[in-house]
Structures are given as C-alpha cells and as structure tokens.
Design a protein around this ligand. Sequence first.
Ligand SMILES: [Zn+2]
Ligand SMILES: [Zn+2]
Length: 815
Amino acid sequence: MADRDAVSYDPQGVERKWQQRWEERGTNHADLAGASHPFYNLMMFPYPSAEGLHVGNVFAFVGADIQGRFRRLRGADVFEPLGFDAFGIHSENFALKVGTHPAELIPRNIERFRSQLKRIGLMADWRYEVQTTDPRYYKWTQWIFLQLYRAGLAVKRRAAVNWCPACKTVLANEQVINGFCERHPDVKVEQRMLDQWFFTISGYAQRLLDHLETADWSHSTRTIQANWIGRSDGAELVFETPAGKRITVFTTRPDTVFGATYLVLAPEHPLVESLTTAERRSDVNAYRRRVAAMDLVSRKVGEKTKTGEFTGSYARNPANGDSVPIWIADYVLMEYGTGAIMAVPGHDERDFEFATAMKLPVVRVVAGPGQDAATPLPAAEPDVPDGRLVNSPGYDDVPWQEAKRAITAALAAKGLGKPVVNYRLHDWCISRQRYWGPPIPIIYCDACGTVPVPEQDLPVVLPALEDFRPDDSGVSPLARLESWYRVPCPKCGKTARRETDVSDTFLDSAWYFLRYPSADRDDVAFDAGLTRKWLPVSSYIGGNEHAVLHLMYSRFVTMALHDLGLVGFEEPFARFRAHGTIVKDGAKMSKSRGNVVNPDAYVERWGADTFRMYLMFLGPYQDGGDFRDAGISGIRRFLDKVWGLVETHGGADARAHGRAGASADLVRMMHRTIQRVTEDTESLAYNTAIAAMMEYVNALRDGEPAIALVEPLAILLAPYAPHFAEECWERLGHSTSVMDAPWPSFDPALAVAEEVELVVQVNGKVRARLRSARGTPQEAAVQAALADPSVVKFTAGAPPKKVVFVPDRLVNIVV
Ligand SMILES: [Zn+2]
Ligand SMILES: [Zn+2]
C-alpha cells in the first residue's frame, strides 16, 4: 500500500449491522436463572428529559458498559439492565413549561432515550427495562411504602419544611443549596408548617455510618456520606432555674461549660412561655411573632446581625453554680439538639457575635500554648490547638479532650448531664404536594384513622388530571379530584379520603435495582431466588451528585427491607465507583454558555465506537476530562489503523503464517499490552488502557505483524469499541460474537520489558554492568549507575562533572 492511512472503514454500516445482529441473536441477553457466575452491572438509570441524552449520560454509561463487557469477556455472566426514572418534578416542570401533559410527554422522551442508548452500543438487556411511571412498577413502590409503614418507619407529622415558592412544593434539605432552591438558584426557600410523611432514616444513622468504613466505594463518596450523616459526640447538660425548671442543652463541647455565660432558647421552645417575666413579655412576644414569619433557611444560614430578647429569667450553670441569663434568639432552631444552647462566647463565633451585640460577658476557658487565663479574646477561638482548660476550677490545666469526658461524667453523677451522640442526618420527608408521582397508599377515615391501602388493592393509580398545576395552597393537585379521593374505608366501609400527596421521586429510585431482575414479574416486587442470586449489585457506577440523596436512600431502604426479612443483605451495592465529569473547553457545559455537546451529532459524524473511545480517552474515568473537538479524529485514525492491520493480516495466508513470523520484541509487547489493558480496564483507568493499545498498534505497523498478534487486539477493543471489534473479529475468520471470546491471557515473564546490558564507565574505565529495561531514559539510567556500589567506589559519591549516555548500551561518568 502506498498510503497506509488511506484504509478507512464505514462506522455507520458496521454499527447498524452489529446492532441488528445483537438483537437477532440475543447477544446482550443474560440468563438470569441459569447463570453460574452472576455479575450485576448497574448504572444510574436516567431521567428521560426532553432534551435527550446528555453527553454526561453517555460518558457515565459507556464507562459502566466497558466494565460490564470486560467482566463478561473475563468469564462472568453479566446482567446490564437499563430503565427510566421518569416521575418527578423535572418532568412535571418541563411539561408545564411546554404545555404538554407529562403522561403524553414522558413516553415520547423515553422512546427517544431508548433509541439513543441503543445507538451508543450498550450491552443492555432491554427485556428487563423498568419505567418508574409504569403502574406495574409503582405498584411496588407503593408496596415498599406499606412495608416501611408497617415497620413503623413511615410516620406522619406536622413539621416545618422547606418550601420553594417557585416549585410550589416541599424540598428535602439536600435540595436546598445555601438557602436557595437547587432548581431555582434565584429563589429563596421558605419555611412552612405542613403535615408530611417521613421515613425515619435518622434511626439508621449509626449503621449507615458504620458500614461506610468497610464499603468498597469511592473514597470521595464515602466521605460525602459520612459528612452528611454528621455524627457529633457531645453531652446534654441541665441548667436549673430557681423555680426548679430544668433546661436541657446539647453541646459538643461540655469542656467549655465554665465559659457558658448565658443560655439561648429557640423562640418556639415550649419553656419560653413560662420563663418570660411580666415586664419582658411584650418584647418577647413581639420577637416570637417576627421569627415565626421568617423562613427556616435564612435562620439556618444565619444573618450577620444577631437579634434576640432576654426572657427576664436566670438559670444555674451546673459546673460553677453561676446565675446566667436566659435569652431567646432566632439562630437557635427547635429541630436541632434540644432547641436550647449554652452560649460560650469565648469559643463559639455565633455566640461571640451575639454576646458582643447584647453586651454579655465573654470568658476564656481554653488556652493554647503561650496563652493563659487572662489572655484577651478579641474574637471567638473555637479551636485552640493543644488547648488546656483555664478559669475552670477543678479542671485547670487539663487538656480539653480529657476535660470533655471528665466534666460530662462529673455532671452525670450529679444528675445534671449525660453523654449524647447527635447526627446531622434528618428524617426523609417523602410527601410531595405535586401531581407527577405515585400516590401515597394511605386512606384517612373519621372512624378508623389512618388506614393503609390493602396490598391487593395496589396500585393506587395516578388519575388522569387535565389541570395538574401545583398552587400555593400547599395541597396536592389531586385534592381537586373528589371523584378520585373519596373512597370507602377499607376497614369500616364508611366514606373516607385518600392521601392526596404523591411520594418523592427519590423513593422510586431507592429500590429500582431490586426490581430489574424481576421486571417481568407482576406477582412480586422482587423474586426471592433471583434476588439472592444477583444482589447485592456487583458494580455500580454513577455520579457523586447522588451521594447524599439516591445512594443514602437506597442504602436505608435496603436496610429496612433486610430488617423486615425481605432481603438477605443490608447493603445494596457491593462496589460503587463515582465517575468524573466532562467539561467543554475548560468550562462546565450549560445551555446558557451554549457549549453543550449533543452526542447525536458526534455519533452521526464519527460513529458510536469512535465517540465512546474518545470520551474515555479524555482523562481518568473517575476524574473526567475536557471535551475538545480537535482530539476525536485521533481516535478515528487509530481505529482505521487497526482496520488496516485486520485487512492486511486477516486473510488465510496470514493465518497459516501464525506466530512463527512474529518478532520476539512484538510478542513481548503483545503480552505487555494485554497486561496493561487488563489491569487498567479493571481499575477503570480507561484512558491509559487506550493509550497502551495505541502504542501497540503503532509498533505492529512498524514491525512485521502476524495474525496471532492482531487477533487479541480485537478482543481488547471489544469493551471500548464493541461494533468495530465484532466486525474485526468476523473478518479474522470467526463466526461467533467477539463477546463470547475469552479475554486473552498474558505471560507475566514476557510482559516485563526486555532487559539489556548497560555498561557503566567511570572516567572511561568499565566499572559495572547493569541489567536495565530496554528504553530506560538517561536520568533513570544514570541514577541507577551512580547508586551501584562498584561505581560509588570510584566516584566517592561526588556528583558527575559530565555524563555520556548511549541508550540501552552505555553510561560514562566523568568525575
Ligand atoms: Zn424551586
Ligand atoms: Zn373506617
């Protein structure tokens, strides 16, 4: 061939052909009942937006698909299901925007997503697709709710909740970002009191935390979860009033109790009424009214200017007996701790600001090296490294950590305290005053109270509702449909009322991995035998943006089902890896920047295989990378080179030639390439696996390759460029799918780089002969030479004046 690069293949034709074959032959089907080495390869199912598949989705799915295909080639029976997370506020808000009913819009979006997902060549077994909006699915979402309800884990209570005035719905704490709605970055979230259904996940906080320690999960994800659970070890201390009222405070720093110069209660605290003296009453009441009108979030964020009112009462500091004033202030919240704090302005910033504003005493009780009891406190010093107690009679000079335990124990002995562990994790509010979700399966009867819908009556089908817009009332749109919510009570038969809230979309996704293997079954949520066989999920890949919502809720639901005896494991995902994100030309992709990469256009132009490989080549999969158009043609050239090798060496002549004609260097390189691709693919280092294949292909083109050297390449490429690999495999004379070929093995002895003898001279005289890997660069070779004992004898450790280096042959050191 005059121009070797002229060889080019037709990706569209090849990909069409193989996608059709896979369907005809059921290549991607898993034998769920018969599998002997089950490997459940899960990826986070997409929300089918109207925009279609995002390049971020493709990046995530391709990386997970490579893992699935790799495991299959290594001998596992891989189940790779996909589905659609189609309920929820995103779909509903979009439907409102374009004026189309979600019941019409969502099936269209799913249709489009499915064809896009098929087009990128995932090994998905579409026979087990799930759609959360399908009554066949959400029947079981409602069933899960009922199981948790029976276990006492679903409770209804009136609570202050985050309310987005733009979404017109309740938000989970996780959906409030610095006081603003995650979907509406300009809209401040408000506080509302509503009756809500909660899952009491907080009771699982310690278990959720403990399991993280041994989980085979990305370190980053484990850290995010641990921080979100937010365990803090502290104490509850009791401050008594002269009238004998006991005010309990939670503190993480009981060692600072001698510095507690006043108490602050949340304005809603039940004791405020009785603590307020007659002369302070009108000011206190006015303040309480003002705070009641405020939103929860700005109270949490904390205004810089501190406000509050003195109740007129005092309580006794349990440590030193001092009388301390009792205040109320909006920065103390009823839902945290006990709704009351001991204020230690010397060592807490908010308390310091408050004390400064209200002219309350500030006392130092912890001093670091070089400080003493009299060292002034121009600002709060919350963390004093190597701090010891001062101004704390009986504990002076004790390190604060030790004092923390000792003081808690001493106060506990007097009945004025106890050690307490607190968690940041709060119960999961699952009520949504919206339309597009599964109705919560509860009926309210005047005679019987709260009655769960009997299981045989599931699903409670979401009724067709023309006007599904939410409003400001805080009541679900379903409450407008009397013909739907008026039902006979399942217990007494009298007219009763359905719950009109729907459940949070995160409940839909908190159990979908249990459903996949049983997606074809209508008699059970999940088959016991298949669940035992296929779960926990072997490998789960997804984004860290779901670390505190989806992943936490899935773990909780699984633990709850385990405790109910419904599944045999506590943790749903044996291995979780967070993938990175793709940016475009250094910037986050967004519609407003106009830099969103439309995967369709790239697949159309370059083919799915090139696009897949290009995305994986952008950077380490777990870090992500920068999408730049310029790089994609390099991948295409690489595939064309492989194509050329297959064309040239795939014929019968070449086959007869066998490995006999292969040079020893190329054989070594083949073993090394197989080793690198195997290890890198296993550890999700896809970019370096691709780089190894590129180096190998260049070497094959420079050398005299034989079919035995080209054939393994088709298999190594199969996870990355599956259609292309199938076509190469067929052209190399095989009639079965490359996915049924065994992954090539390597000989570790051959895989190590070839060694050469490196002669080391000092001042021109041979002093040593070193074994060194072929191609060792000058710096490494000189370093090895200088470290050799017989060389050191002649250089005496002095740095060389000059070095002469002949690659793979000679190092001459002049001293
Ligand atoms: Zn909002
Ligand atoms: Zn009844």
